[in-house]
Design a protein around this ligand. Sequence first.
Ligand SMILES: [Zn+2]
Length: 275
Amino acid sequence: MMRACFATAPRDPAWPNEDFVAATSHAALVVDGAGTPVGADTGCVHDVAWYSQALGSALIPRLAHTGRSLTDSLAEAISDVAAQHGPDCDLGHPGSPSATVTTVRERDGWLEYLVLADSPLVLDLSTGIDVICDNRVDLFHQPEPAAMRDHPAGSAEHTAALREYVQAWRQHHNREGGFWSASTTPDAAAHALTGSFPLTDVRAAALLSDGASRLADRFGLLTWRQLLDVLDNDGPAALIQSTRAAEDSDPNGHRWPRGKSHDDATAIHCRIDPS
Ligand SMILES: [Zn+2]
């Protein structure tokens, strides 16, 4: 039996949440929308929040089709969303909205997983903790350059830095040898990390957008075990509240340099009972 509990919060109440979260009786899913920075062209009339909602909504019913692999289901969902763009959207544009995908599914005594891009899956296994995260983006994607923070949008310095920053990301996104996320090409699904564990070996699974994993993987304030304990004892909303408190203690990013003071934060905690 799987018991799932989740919480999600936008980085700013006035800003749309670009994360999507859902759980069913047998599956859980976190999608974290990603796009090019404000001011960069995207070739699309849709925003990132639209994309993550559309992709999550297309994928979640497909997870019930247990005869289809998670990879095939994701490829179909990406194609489905590509068909929802309109005539004014250029699907070949490298700035099209994109998203991470992290999902688990219970099937025939196994817990299957798929992780595409950098929303971590933390598994509490009988053998210890296993963190599955595709961090290839970090090889190519650097923090926003200082020139973008220090000069106002629209200035020559900001525009030049933005162009360089966006070009670096696009040169490697969804390219062989680069990093992959869900966007307009279904081929990306084949680049996800996938696998499965016997359900009897799994105590719990946590699916996190990177805005909800930072206490462990960026700030170093919690071990993964401690993060799982927060989820188990206090729940996903408490994890997000603790994250906000840490961020508020360092609003300018001096202690923990980061592009955004807050990020959309989503956590699902799935308890697995062998019965
Ligand atoms: Zn579009």
